[in-house]
Design a binder for this molecule. Structure first.
Ligand code: GLY
Length: 343
């Protein structure tokens, strides 16, 4: 069956206007959030995730605990674009990737993990309980079970099942940029508004600074819907989907993981901030690097970076319009439309 499936690239730029039109409640970013703590996360689902993180940050808790709790909210939503309710790979299995990093360069990651509801928490256990950074596949699952994580039933959610059946009719890769935002703030978990036989990225990345000024980050994903079995994107890769340097700042990525990996995206953004660039300028420079590499293929690719520096400045930049991120601090709680390379 795999042989007759084709990689097809297709632009969906025309759908952007409709997507953006729904987001009248989004606004441009504040450059600096006053005071600590602060949490930012990718896409509309970040609003709910930030609330989860705030349960900890708002009580002077540690950023690491907050970024784990925050994205667990998204993983918990079985109808969401992240976690076990998400679209499967080409062979009909949901496989999950996640990573986490704290203020001391401790990091943990799991990839190609099946039947475990909270990959982010398994990633944290890898970080805290093993001498390793990354566990994958059946080994990651074995570790998770040994750590007491329940092995969930291998069953697609109803909506993922519908999407998969639809996708099987053509079995094409059909990138639809910004598909993460087909819902809105209140219905972004509504699966009917997510992929129906479409290819998507399904990621939440979060970075936070706690009341002590310490940074941490998390990233969790089901990866591209209907991906090749075994495919990993950037999200479980420290330096690509996420990077934290407590002296400088933190960054997370979303979008087409292959192109984030190509430029070690999140690490690149942090290094650019180290050189003095603001978070937005650093994200923009990293995006420009991808644009230079991909040339005319760029019209089919969405990548966005979201960063926070040690001063509490927040910034993001995307290839295409339509990327939003959620921000929460003591005085701000909102969704922001990021600037982009294409207008
Ligand atoms: N950015 C998520 C992925 O490409 O899998």
């Amino acid at each position: 069956m795999i042989n007759r499936r084709k990689f097809i690239s297709a632009s969906a730029v025309s759908s952007l206007a409709a997507l953006i039109g729904k987001k009248a409640w989004a606004s441009e970013a504040p450059a600096i959030v006053k005071g600590k703590p602060v949490v930012i996360s990718t896409w509309d689902a970040g609003l709910a995730a930030n609330k989860g993180a705030w349960e900890i940050l708002g009580k002077s808790g540690r950023a690491l605990d907050a970024v784990e709790a925050g994205v667990r909210v998204t993983e918990d939503s079985l109808n969401c674009c992240v976690g076990l309710g998400a679209n499967p790979d080409r062979d009909g299995f949901v496989t999950l990737d996640a990573c986490i990093m704290d203020e001391n360069f401790n990091c943990g990651s799991v990839a190609f993990l099946e039947r475990i509801k909270h990959p982010i928490s398994v990633a944290r256990r890898v970080m805290e309980k093993t001498p390793h950074v990354m566990l994958v596949g059946s080994g990651a699952q074995q570790f998770a079970v040994a750590e007491g994580f329940p092995l969930e039933e291998q069953k697609l959610s109803l909506d993922a099942q519908r999407s998969y059946e639809e996708w099987l009719k053509k079995s094409e890769y059909k990138p639809v940029i910004n598909i993460e935002n087909k819902g809105n703030a209140s219905t972004s978990f509504a699966p009917a508004k997510l992929a129906n036989g479409e290819w998507n990225h399904d990621t939440i990345g979060m970075v936070a600074m706690d009341a002590n000024g310490n940074l941490s980050g998390s990233c969790t994903t089901s990866g591209m819907g209907f991906k090749m079995r075994g495919r990993l994107g950037d999200s479980p890769i420290i330096g690509a989907g996420l990077y934290v340097d407590n002296e400088v700042g933190a960054c997370t990525a979303t979008g087409q993981g292959e192109d984030v990996i190509r430029v070690s995206g999140s690490h690149t953004v942090v290094e650019l901030m180290r050189q003095g660039l603001s978070p937005e300028a650093a994200c923009k420079k990293a995006i420009e690097r991808i644009v230079r590499i991909k040339k005319d293929k760029i019209k089919d690719i969405q990548v966005a970076f979201l960063a926070l520096n040690k001063k509490g400045q927040v910034g993001a930049f995307a290839i295409h319009k339509g990327f939003s991120y959620a921000i929460k601090s003591n005085d701000v709680e909102k969704l922001v439309n990021a600037k982009s390379w294409t207008s």
